[in-house]
Design a protein around this ligand. Structure first.
Ligand code: PGA
Length: 244
């Protein structure tokens, strides 16, 4: 269960959040728990989560280890402060910051190289779904991105299926719609990396996951977890998603 705070909260609010959140999920041993916070809040998040089960991640990274790349943050920098996870290729990164399947692959390789666990996002836009192209879009994103990983690299990747039309809109994909897309992604993984990889890969659903719809989504065997934006910003709300 991963939270994506996007560009919300400052350092003080981060500490206050975890003071409430960590006790609420202390007994939640059924899943990994991660919060991906804005870069400047990561030290506060890591200090506040301490030795708890809650891990911390970035929302992006640049693929070079260091260099003259003003404004960028590298994987080794995230590792050095204690991050375990990183979101890669979120649709907002693709849409507003021109990320492509090719740069998603570069970032994923950079994350793996320094030991970060990548959560790689894929998902179709509304017009792509309405024109019947969902499966083709997912295939293009997979083939053009993480399908270039070796099987050993791929085994460390978590995929997040996030239909763009469901993000921050209050429109959730129905559990059946989400499961169909997950099945398709799992099929792509199976075709490329074999049946065991297809079964083992963790695929999260993201897009308006809330405390009141998480149960239905998680009842689908195809759905292994959730990547949660808006509903991860409030400790009780995200805790009730984690503890669905
Ligand atoms: P949302 O965002 O839960 O606010 O729809 C999900 C995401 O963008 O990861």
């Amino acid at each position: 269960m991963a939270g994506n705070w996007k560009m919300y909260k400052n350092a003080g609010e981060t500490t206050a959040y975890f003071d409430k959140f960590v006790p609420l999920v202390a007994a939640s041993a059924h899943c990994d728990i991660a919060i991906c916070a804005p870069f400047v809040n990561l030290p506060a998040a890591i200090a506040a989560t301490g030795a708890s089960r809650v891990e911390v991640g970035g929302q992006n990274l640049y693929w070079a280890k260091e260099g003259a790349f003003t404004g960028e943050i590298s994987g080794p920098m995230l590792v050095a402060i204690g991050c375990k996870w990183v979101i890669i290729g979120h649709s907002e990164r693709r849409q507003y910051f021109h990320e492509t399947d090719e740069t998603v692959l570069k970032r994923t390789l950079a994350a793996l190289e320094c030991g970060l666990k990548p959560i790689v996002c894929v998902g179709e836009r509304l017009e792509e779904r309405e024109s019947g192209n969902t499966e083709a879009v997912l295939k293009t994103q997979f083939d053009g991105g993480i399908a270039a990983l070796t099987p050993e690299q791929f085994a460390k990747v978590t995929i997040a299926y996030e239909p763009v039309w469901a993000i921050g809109t209050g429109k959730t994909a129905t559990p059946d719609m989400a499961a169909d897309a997950h099945r398709h992604i799992r099929g792509l993984v199976t075709a490329k990396y074999g049946a065991a990889a297809g079964q083992q890969v963790r695929i999260l659903y993201g897009g308006s996951v809330k405390p009141d719809n998480v149960k239905g989504l998680m009842a689908q065997p195809e759905i292994d977890g959730a990547l949660v934006g808006g509903a991860s910003l409030e400790p009780a709300s995200f805790a009730s998603i984690v503890n669905f």
